[in-house]
Design a protein around this ligand. Structure first.
Ligand code: ADP
Length: 716
C-alpha cells in the first residue's frame, strides 16, 4: 500500500511539475514570439518610412529638374511639398526606430545629406526664378547638388540593405521560436498528460486497495467479534457440561470400587473411559476457545526440565513398553537446572506431542531431546529447544500445515489406540506462540516425524523445589485426621457425590444447599473446613464467605471455593479471597490435595504427627551370626544409598524411580536375608503402584529410620 501511495505521489508530482514547466515554456516562448513579431512590425514600418524619405527626395529632385528645364511653376509644387514633408519624415524615421537599427551617426549623416541636398536645390530654384534658365543651369552645374544626391542615394541603399537583412533575421527567429514553442509545449504537455494519467490510474488502484483493505479490516473485525462470541458460547457450554461431568466421573470412580461382577466392571470402565474422553474434548475446546479469546494467561514458575522429563517418562513408559517402542528422553548436560516457564503449558505441549508420537509409531523409537544454548540478553536467558522424534507413520507433505488446524486428523494409528480429538496440535501451536516460541515439523511418510520447538528467550531461574504432583488415582482420606467438613452446593448430585467420597471415612460431613444454610450451620457448630460452591441461588458463595469472615467465631475458618468456572481471572480472584480452590469436575486426589493443608494443620499433635495411622514394620532381630554380618554390610550399603540415591527418589517422587528403588531394596533384602527390609520394599512398591502419594511420601521419609533399626539389630 505504502509503495503504491508513494508511486502515485511521485506521478502526481511529475504531472504537476511537467504542467508547470509547460506553462513556463509557453510563457517564455510567447513573450519571445510577441517581441519578435513586434520587432518585425517595427522593421517593416521603418523600411516603409525610409522608402517614403527616398520617394520625397526623388520627388524634390524631379520637381526641381523639371522646373529648371521648363520654367513651369507647377513643377515647383512637387519640390516644395517634398521639401516641406522632409523634416517630419526624418523625425518619424527616428521615432519608428525603437530598436535603434539605424545608428545615431548614420541618421545624422542621412539628415545632413538630405537637408544639404534640399538647401542646394532650393538655392538653385531661387536663382532660376530670379535670373533665368541659363543662369540657373550654370548654378546647377556648379553646385554640389549632384554629389549630395549621390551621397543620399548611397546612404539610403546602405540602410535599405541593412534593414532587409535584419528583417530576414527577424523572420527566421520568429519561425524558430514558433517551432520551439510547438515542440516544447507538445513534449511537456505529453509528459504532464502521461503522468497525470499514470497518477490517476495509481490513485484509482490505491482507492481500490484502500477499499479492499477496509473491507478486509471490517471482515476481520466481524470475524473476531464472532470468534469472541463463539468463545464465550463455548466457555458457557463447557461450564454447563463440566458440572454434570463431575457427577458422572465421580460416581463412576466410586462405582468402580463397589461393583463385583466382570460385566459390571466392564460397564463402569466404559462409562469412565467415555466420560474421560468427553472431559478431554471439553477441556481441549475450552483451552482452544480461551486461547482464541485471549483469555489464556501464562504463569511462569521456576521449572526443572529434568523433573518434567521424569514425569513424561513415567507417564508413557508403560504405553511404549506395550508397543515395544524405545522411549528415550535426553537432556543436554549444559541445560540450566531451572528455567522460568509455564510448566503446566510446557507439560501440556509435551504430553500432546509425545502422546501423538507413541500413537502414530508401531515400531522403532520415540526420542525426546531437551537442549538449546544460552541466548543473548540482559538477564541470563536460554534458547530452549525441545525435539520429539519418532519412527512412525509420518505425515504426508500436503498435510503438514493442516494438522495444526482444529479437528484435522490425517494419520493412521493402531485400532487399539483411543481416537483423539484433533485439537491437540491446534492447542500446541497456539500455546507455543503464546510462550513466544515456534514449532516446526519435518516428516517423511513411512519413516517418521520430528516436531521441533524453539523458545528463543527463556529466563534462567534459581532452582527451587517444585511441589510433587499427585496422581488422579485413588487416595485415602483416612490419611487425614478425623475432621468435621461442611459442604454448601445447590446441586443435589454434587452433594451426593461428595457425601459418597466421605461415606466410608472417619470424617463427618454436613450438607447444605445454599450460602444462607451454610452460614447458619457454621454459626450453630463451626466445622474444620468448608467446601463452598460459588454459584448458588439466594446467597451465593462469595456473599456467604463475607458473612463467615465478618463473624468473630468463624473469621479464620478455612473456606475452599468449589467452582465450575474455568476462567483464569475467576481462579485468581477466588484464590485471593478464599483459602483454597477446587475446580469441577475434581478428582478425589484434587480434593485431597486442597483439604490436606487445613486438616493436617488442624490435627492434634501438630506437624510431625503420623497421619497415615500406619506404622513401619517392627524390625525383628537377625536370626544368626552370619545374618548379623550380612546385615552389617547391608547397613553400610543402605547408608550409601541414603546419601546418593534416596534424596532424589524422595524429592522427585517419580513412580518409576520409586519402583526401581523398591526393586533394588527387595533384591538386597533377599540377598542379606532381611525380611523387614523386604517388607519395606514391598510397601513402597504397593504404594507406588496404587499412586498413594501421601502414604508413599511418608514411607520414603522413614527410610533413615529403617536403616537405623536394622543397624541396631546388626550390632546386637
Ligand atoms: P489427535 O487428537 O487426532 O491426535 P492432534 O491435533 O494431536 O489430534 O493431531 C492431529 C493429526 O496430526 C493427527 O490425527 C495425526 O494425523 C497427525 N499427527 C500428529 N502427530 C503425528 C505423528 N507424530 N506422526 C504422524 N502423524 C501425526
Amino acid at each position: 500500500m505504502f509503495g503504491k501511495v508513494s508511486r502515485t505521489g511521485f506521478m502526481v508530482f511529475v504531472a504537476v511539475s511537467m504542467a508547470a514547466v509547460s506553462l513556463i515554456v509557453r510563457g517564455v516562448t510567447w513573450t519571445n514570439l510577441t517581441g519578435s513579431v513586434e520587432a518585425a512590425g517595427d522593421m517593416r514600418r521603418l523600411q516603409a518610412k525610409l522608402m517614403e524619405v527616398v520617394a520625397a527626395v526623388r520627388d524634390a529632385e524631379t520637381g526641381q529638374q523639371a522646373y529648371q528645364n521648363s520654367g513651369d511653376e507647377a513643377w515647383l509644387d512637387r519640390f516644395v511639398r517634398a521639401e516641406r514633408a522632409m523634416p517630419l519624415l526624418l523625425q518619424e524615421l527616428e521615432t519608428l526606430d525603437r530598436q535603434r537599427r539605424i545608428s545615431r551617426e548614420e541618421r545624422k549623416a542621412l539628415t545632413d545629406a538630405v537637408e544639404s541636398l534640399l538647401a542646394s536645390m532650393h538655392g538653385q530654384v531661387e536663382v532660376r526664378r530670379r535670373e533665368g534658365a541659363a543662369r540657373g543651369l550654370e548654378v546647377l552645374l556648379g553646385s554640389t547638388v549632384k554629389t549630395l544626391a549621390e551621397r543620399v542615394t548611397d546612404l539610403e541603399s546602405d540602410l535599405e540593405n541593412r534593414l532587409k537583412k535584419a528583417a530576414a533575421g527577424l523572420e527566421r527567429r520568429v519561425a524558430w521560436e514558433l517551432r520551439w514553442g510547438l515542440v516544447s509545449s507538445l513534449t511537456t504537455g505529453a509528459v504532464a498528460l502521461g503522468s497525470g494519467i499514470a497518477a490517476l490510474l495509481l490513485y484509482r488502484d490505491s482507492i481500490r486497495q484502500y477499499r479492499r483493505e477496509a473491507q478486509l479490516a471490517r471482515a476481520k473485525l466481524e470475524a473476531e467479534k464472532s470468534d469472541e462470541q463463539k468463545s464465550a458460547f463455548l466457555a458457557t457450554m463447557s461450564h454447563e457440561i463440566r458440572t454434570p461431568m463431575n457427577a458422572i466421573l465421580g460416581f463412576g470412580e466410586l462405582l468402580e470400587t463397589e461393583v463385583k461382577t466382570e460385566t459390571e466392571k466392564r460397564y463402569v470402565k466404559s462409562i469412565l473411559a467415555g466420560g474421560r474422553s468427553l472431559l478431554q474434548l471439553i477441556n481441549d475446546i475450552l483451552d482452544l476457545s480461551k486461547i482464541e479469546a485471549g483469555m489464556m494467561d501464562m504463569h511462569e514458575v521456576p521449572t526443572d526440565l529434568a523433573e518434567l522429563a521424569h514425569f513424561i517418562r513415567q507417564l508413557f513408559a508403560e504405553q511404549a513398553a506395550r508397543k515395544g517402542l524405545e522411549l528415550s528422553i535426553v537432556l543436554t548436560p549444559d541445560l540450566p537446572d531451572s528455567l522460568l516457564l509455564d510448566v503446566v503449558r510446557v507439560r501440556q505441549i509435551l504430553l500432546n506431542v509425545v502422546g501423538n508420537a507413541l500413537k502414530f509409531t508401531e515400531r522403532g523409537y520415540v526420542r525426546v531431546t531437551m537442549g538449546g544454548g544460552p541466548s543473548t540478553g540482559r538477564d541470563p536467558a536460554w534458547r530452549l529447544r525441545l525435539e520429539v522424534e519418532d519412527s512412525g507413520v509420518g505425515i504426508p507433505a500436503d498435510r503438514v500445515v493442516d494438522i495444526f488446524r482444529p479437528f484435522v486428523q490425517s494419520g493412521r494409528r493402531s485400532a487399539a489406540e483411543e481416537p483423539g480429538t484433533g485439537l491437540g496440535l491446534a492447542i500446541v501451536k497456539r500455546l507455543t506462540h503464546l510462550m513466544g516460541g515456534t514449532v516446526t515439523v519435518d516428516s517423511t511418510p513411512g519413516q517418521g516425524s520430528v516436531f521441533r520447538f524453539e523458545f528463543p528467550n527463556v529466563r534462567v531461574a534459581r532452582p527451587s523445589a517444585q511441589p510433587a504432583e499427585e496422581s488422579d488415582a485413588v487416595v485415602d482420606f483416612n490419611d487425614l485426621p478425623p475432621s468435621k467438613l461442611l459442604l454448601a452446593d445447590d446441586n443435589p448430585m454434587n452433594r451426593e457425590l461428595v457425601r459418597s467420597i466421605f461415606r466410608h471415612t472417619h470424617h463427618t460431613l454436613r450438607l447444605t444447599a445454599n450460602g444462607r444454610e451454610a452460614v447458619e450451620a457454621i454459626a450453630a457448630e463451626p466445622p474444620d473446613v468448608v467446601l463452598m460452591d460459588i454459584r448458588m441461588p439466594g446467597m451465593d458463595g462469595r456473599e456467604a464467605l463475607n458473612v463467615v469472615r465478618s463473624r468473630e467465631g468463624s473469621a479464620r475458618l478455612p473456606v475452599i471455593a468449589v467452582t465450575a468456572s474455568s476462567l483464569a481471572d475467576d481462579e485468581a480472584e477466588l484464590r485471593r479471597s478464599f483459602d483454597g480452590y477446587v475446580r469441577k469436575p475434581f478428582s478425589r486426589a484434587e480434593l485431597y490435595r486442597e483439604l490436606a493443608p487445613f486438616l493436617a494443620r488442624h490435627a492434634k499433635g501438630g506437624e510431625g504427627a503420623d497421619l497415615s495411622g500406619k506404622t513401619s514394620p517392627a524390625v525383628p532381630s537377625p536370626a544368626s551370626p552370619e545374618s548379623i554380618a550380612e546385615w552389617g554390610k547391608l547397613v553400610e550399603w543402605l547408608r550409601g544409598l541414603e546419601v546418593k540415591v534416596w534424596p532424589g527418589v524422595r524429592d522427585g517422587m517419580s513412580f518409576v524411580e520409586v519402583e526401581a528403588f523398591a526393586a533394588q531394596l527387595a533384591a538386597a533384602a533377599e540377598k542379606a536375608g532381611c525380611p523387614p527390609l523386604a517388607e519395606y520394599a514391598g510397601q513402597l512398591h504397593e504404594q507406588g503402584r496404587s499412586f498413594s502419594v501421601g502414604s508413599l511420601e511418608r514411607s520414603l521419609e522413614r527410610f533413615p529410620e529403617m536403616i537405623s533399626a536394622i543397624e541396631q539389630c546388626s550390632v546386637m
